[in-house]
Design a protein around this ligand. Sequence first.
Ligand code: ATP
Length: 455
Amino acid sequence: PAKTMDELVSLCKRRGFIFQGSEIYGGMQGAYDYGPLGIELKNNLKAAWWRSMVYERDDVEGLDAAIIQNKHVYKYSGHEDTFTDPMVDCHECKSRMRADHMKDIKVCDNCGSTNVTAPRDFNLMFKTNVGPMVNEESYTYLRPETAQGIFTNFKNVVDSTSRTLPFGIAQIGKSFRNEITPRNFIFRVREFEQMELEFFCKPGEDEKWHEFWVGARKQWWLDQGLAEENIEFEYVTGDDLAHYSKSTVDILYKFPHGFEELEGVANRTDYDLGSHTKAQEEFGLSAKVKKNEHSTAKLAIRDLEENKWEVPFCIEPSAGLDRGLLAVMTEAYTEEELPNGSSRTVLKFKPHLAPIKVAIMPLKKNKPEIVALAKELKNKLQKLGLGRILYENTGNVGKGYRRHDEVGTPICVTVDFDSIEQEGAPVTVRDRDTMEQIVVPAAELPAYVINYFIN
Ligand code: ATP
């Protein structure tokens, strides 16, 4: 794995994974742009999450709710009142920092001065104005988590799918937080994507489901290539527990800057649906909620055995996509000494995550038959629907191998003179990890590639 963030940052920029946002204007703190390979990796990680959360289960539905929502959503979710981090100002250097990240709350992290304020609450939501009138009422916020859109659509999803408990709703999308101190590359940013599941169950079955999801989510991260020894659980307790949570387990990963949260799995009880429902008094809620004077819907489900309406409990595995991508890159990053004394950098991605699945390289740039066969193979493999297949005609196969090692392409295929002269059109298939080369007849290449990626 990568030892420093710097080596990742430099590889990401050099090869087109991730760029500083607004770079040509001096940058924008806490915002990054995903380049040609970054977007492929991100899409592959999202697809893997969606496959495991929605397609491979029969008790989860998908959703894509709006980022801009009615301000009442944040009034009743509790974000308007409590979505804050403690902040400290330094009187000397005028910097601001997040108090719970400081080494010592009485000493400025930036200049070392002791002339600092006491911590005060800073709300992390971006406030924005909606519509052409700017007045006291026309504001809302960019969502700081995707979850609220799931809760506000609870009745829509139940009514349109006839779901009964237990079942979940999954969503992937952007979230925004005006972090006091964005840092550590894409680890803590102001605009990021989350992959969230809200899993609804009967009260009393919540602890069992919480335990289930902690285990399932750890297994999923292992399936994305993270090593067991680089994952830890942190049981959040006491003051660190969010007000809505009965218990939370954070899944930590060993990033280059240390073990830090990758995903949180929280037991949110009936807090969220109870907060957003109308007629709260009918349901005997277990969570303490703000009195709701605006909701028009009962967010409850019929318990067929007991023939009554009840507000379910909710288990939430909430993962950061950008943090996930950083973890996967950290883990995949490998510096290898080769037998001939040289060295290489390889990103050892799991095949399903690799931004480029197969690179096809003609050995000779200007030999029409070689070029034609290489293009034909590219088109055939592209139709398999595995992801990006790259036809690359630079005429330097050695350099191509090195470049594709560095971006994690699992398979390189070379088309050479043998391919056009010999019967069966043999092409050379080179494996990223073993660097072994084998010869495969062109007609068998699609089957070879499918077998490699599907198994
Ligand atoms: P932290 O304590 O690191 O600020 P959090 O506990 O506030 O995180 P949650 O509200 O539980 O985070 O959000 C769920 C997930 O969303 C986190 O585990 C993380 O992967 C991701 N996430 C949260 N804030 C950020 C951010 N500023 N940048 C990138 N990812 C984030």
